[in-house]
Design a binder for this molecule. Structure first.
Ligand SMILES: [Zn+2]
Length: 231
């Protein structure tokens, strides 16, 4: 046994890294998620089916070239615990690692492999300050590593909505709480096939808002890749 491995295992006795799926301590050849959870995760394989559930859901909302999710999301599941750890557990590396795993598959799958740029859905600036990282950016980095497609961050902007909610009725509050996106320097994204990346898509409202902005740019098409899809 190498001394580094010995120290790693020794350290693990005191600070074991836990699998976010099941809570068991990871053993030394395991990284991020245990072998048992990895085997049991509900993979969608949506990328192999152009008419998958997520793509169909988005067709009603925005003109998306293709859409896929790595995992099915449901409440009280391993996937929910993994996403929670990714977002709130100071574990951006978990997103990058899962992004790499999915990226290895998408690198071999049309039309995803033919994208020009990867764009993470930005976090609300106030949330970014609190959390310290944008989990979608780390998923994007993992995808990028395996797909050989660059990540471009900071062009799709998510705005704070600072208008007071107190004097509005319920519908106005709902309208006001919608995310507002815009694009900075759209000429950089023009005539490109974009791969938009998010952590979880449920209603599709956020993805729709991003898609609408990106599709205003001349000559763009957009594919959506999300880590999890709940419905
Ligand atoms: Zn596990």
């Amino acid at each position: 046994m190498k001394i580094g491995q010995y120290l790693h295992d020794f350290g693990s006795l005191f600070f074991p890294e836990l699998c976010p799926g099941c809570g068991k301590a990871l053993i030394h050849q395991e990284k991020c998620i245990c072998t048992d959870c990895l085997y049991k995760l509900p993979y969608t394989n949506f990328h192999q089916d152009p008419e998958n559930l997520l793509a169909k859901q988005l067709w009603g909302l925005a003109r998306v070239e293709a859409a896929t999710a790595y995992l099915h999301f449901s409440k009280e599941s391993k996937v929910q615990r993994i996403i929670h750890q990714l977002k709130y557990g100071h574990a951006p590396q978990l997103g990058e690692w899962l992004g790499e795993r999915f990226g290895s598959q998408l690198a071999l799958t049309a039309p995803y492999h033919a994208a020009d740029l990867i764009i993470p859905v930005p976090l609300h600036p106030a949330k970014l300050r609190i959390r310290g990282y944008n989990q979608a950016l780390y998923i994007a980095k993992g995808l990028s590593k395996k797909m050989g497609i660059p990540v471009i961050d900071g062009h799709l902007i998510r705005h704070s909505n600072n208008k007071s909610q107190t004097r509005k009725n319920r519908y106005e509050r709902y309208e006001n709480s919608k995310d507002i996106f815009s694009v900075r320097r759209p000429q950089i994204l023009a005539h490109r096939r974009l791969l938009l990346v998010d952590d979880v898509v449920t209603t599709g409202a956020t993805a729709e808002a991003c898609l609408r902005e990106l599709l205003k740019i001349e000559g763009t098409s957009v594919m959506l890749v999300t880590l999890a899809h709940g419905h």
